[in-house]
Ligand binder design. Sequence first.
Ligand code: SIN
Length: 500
Amino acid sequence: MTTDSETETTTGVLVVGSGIAGCATALAAAREGARVTLATKATEPEHASSWWAQGGIAVTRDDPESFKDDILAASDGTADPDAVDVLVENARTAVEDVLFETLGVSFDAAGEEYEYGREAAHSKRRILHVDASTGRHILGPFLSHLASIDAVTIRQDTAALELITHEGRVHGAHLESDGEVEPVFAGTTVLATGGVGALYPQSTNPDGATGDGITMAALAGADVQDMEYVQFHPTVCVESDPFLVSEAVRGEGALLRNGDSVRFMPDYHEDAELAPRDVVARAVARERERTGSVTLDVSPLAFAEMFPDLAGMCESRGIGWQSGIPVAPAEHFLCGGIAVDSEGRTSLDRLFAVGECSRTGVHGANRLASTSLLEGLVWGLRAGRAATGVDPEPIEAPDLLDRDPALPERFGAEKSVRLHRVMAEHVGLERTPEGLRQATAVLRRLKGEVDAYTRTRTSRDLYELRGKSVTALLIARAAADNPSSTGCHYLSEEPTAHAD
Ligand code: SIN
């Protein structure tokens, strides 16, 4: 990634985050003539979740109605139909414009035709992919392209700590780089900070997915919604150095077998291995508990030919995929987040959010596979266009500079262990009203302990810990307040009349 190290304290559009949504926002805003600063904690492209996307990017072919129906069905009928319309109706143009024409991504093709893949809960083949490592083939070229645009300044290894707000309007953010904190004033600020994988002991996200953007927005008073809908991916290879095994593998015919070698998914859902992700994830967890293990049997397909990247990942870890890949569910995606409209506007003036940290309504209670890159791309382009044309207004900003940058090492480690424990035990795939009540109490205390430090220190580690403690509490509270099992929010015990 090329970096412009020159630090400017005002900009037209400040984008925070360097996944596909942040990149699309920066591109669209620059095309509109805005001066853009893209600030990212990442020092390498792979620090963004988009880099790790495997299956691909779903796109509308000649079937917009069935694509919409699939999204709504996977969400258990909870996705917002208007948001789904925005996604599906803009999908083709966004993909052609950015991925085909601007970036020239070489999606897998058979002759003249793209080779569209299939994944769970899609009624037909509509997923563009490059082997099973699509994200990196998009994000690498995207960042290089942005680095070549004069109007875009990319600031790597730069974390946003706090939004600068005045009377409900957002004026930029305090950015930390190399231990130095400075206010950067922006006409508009766009959060594209990704998800919350770091809240759970096992996740497909990179370590930096600490909920920073959601935390900054929520603390500034923005609406957040649907936080209880945390999606777990059903097939993560959990042997040493865990990695995702794409749903595309099941789309091509792989079968799930329990510890007794029995194929179990037909007993759980009529679509068996291609049932919605929340259903498969819970079934895998239950069968692991009941029979000791679950493996993905790839013998029905030419695995090494069709998925050479995944076959290579197995082989490099000494996993003999020929006898099945051991899998378990792991945290994968937050369906809720900062509530936004169809152009990424939040409830706060001049603040936008895009990608996984936002809640567009597209996913409802459970996201359909391979729609996250698409959502980031479509909403990023729309927000980037909508966010331009506002001049920065430098205001008197609170000074964060005089705080102690150090965070005692054991403090962070101890809090993270406690947080992982409570999230895994009580706010995971299956929840109970009592467990959620306990989790909320523990997390409230933990957040209080972290807050006490945040008042006197500015270290990035501490702000990441604050991100984790705030988003964990938002998730647990939203889950405790929702008495109905839907999609990713599954209560294994009904709330009783005494539950409050
Ligand atoms: C996968 O390849 O299974 C992940 C796709 C997604 O999360 O949408």
